[in-house]
Design a protein around this ligand. Structure first.
Ligand code: PXP
Length: 244
């Protein structure tokens, strides 16, 4: 099982002030030192968190594979093809959404052709291709027809299901995983996974990669705040004592 850390929300904090900290590129180094098998970033069309500079620097400096998430937008596809990261994951994107809601449409006839063409471009550029889809049989069929090498199942419905709905959502994930493997695709999963809810998903044998972001960045803020405050307090004390 590969654990890819999504560092988008390190950039979210930076963009809240449009400054240069915290730098997601530095966060990526620390995530790698912590044992991440790869780093995931989503270069959104509206650039609300990750910026072009981040993706370029990550492409140059990562020691682990980069998984670049992108929507079917020509400008972003051009960047993906130029940088040719280890892996690209096509995702849906709506400007008004807070985060990626639901998987990519790989069922409507017009969309399938566009998805297939984008996958071909990314694959020709040298990237492994993945499609972020709902864990549904029709979506799995559509992903296979579009020529995806891997699918990433959206675990949002599992994450948001109450205790009574969880088992049904896990069954959906298990069933879709089996179908995707039969169709010759690799299986990833992610979205909304937390320290509390990840274990049953991680236990599904056919899932090879998990992408986890918000919960990891949230925990990093909490486990790091004590030290961060102590560091600033020490600077303030020294300043008052006239020590530089
Ligand atoms: N996978 C995909 C395709 C995503 O779009 C996201 C959110 O950016 C994630 C995984 C990670 O979700 P979360 O931040 O909730 O862990």
């Amino acid at each position: 099982m590969r654990f890819f850390v999504n560092i988008d929300h390190v950039a979210t904090v930076r963009e809240a002030r449009k400054t240069d900290e915290p730098d997601p590129v530095r966060a990526a180094v620390l995530a790698e030192l912590g044992g991440a098998d790869g780093i995931t970033v989503h270069l959104r069309e509206d650039r609300r968190h990750i910026q072009d500079r981040d993706v370029r620097l990550l492409a140059e400096t990562l020691r682990t594979p980069m998984n670049l998430e992108l929507a079917l937008v020509d400008e972003i596809l051009d960047i993906a093809c130029e940088l040719a990261p280890h892996q690209v994951t096509l995702v849906p994107e709506r400007r008004e959404e807070v985060t990626t809601e639901g998987g990519l449409d790989v069922v409507s006839p017009g969309t399938v052709d566009r998805v297939a063409a984008a996958l071909r471009r990314c694959r020709d550029a040298g990237s492994r291709t993945s499609l972020f889809i709902d864990p549904d049989p029709r979506a799995v069929e559509g992903a296979a027809a579009a020529g995806a090498q891997a699918v990433e199942f959206h675990t949002g419905e599992y994450a948001h299901a109450g205790a009574s709905g969880r088992e049904r959502q896990l069954d959906r994930l298990r069933g879709a995983t089996a179908l995707a493997r039969e169709a010759g695709m690799h299986v990833h999963a992610g979205h909304g996974l937390t320290y509390e809810n990840v274990a049953p998903v991680a236990a599904i044998a056919g899932i090879e990669e998990l992408n986890i972001g918000h919960s990891v960045v949230s925990r990093a803020v909490l486990v790091g705040i004590r030290e961060a405050v102590a560091d600033m307090a020490a600077i303030l004390r020294r300043a008052r004592q006239g020590i530089r």
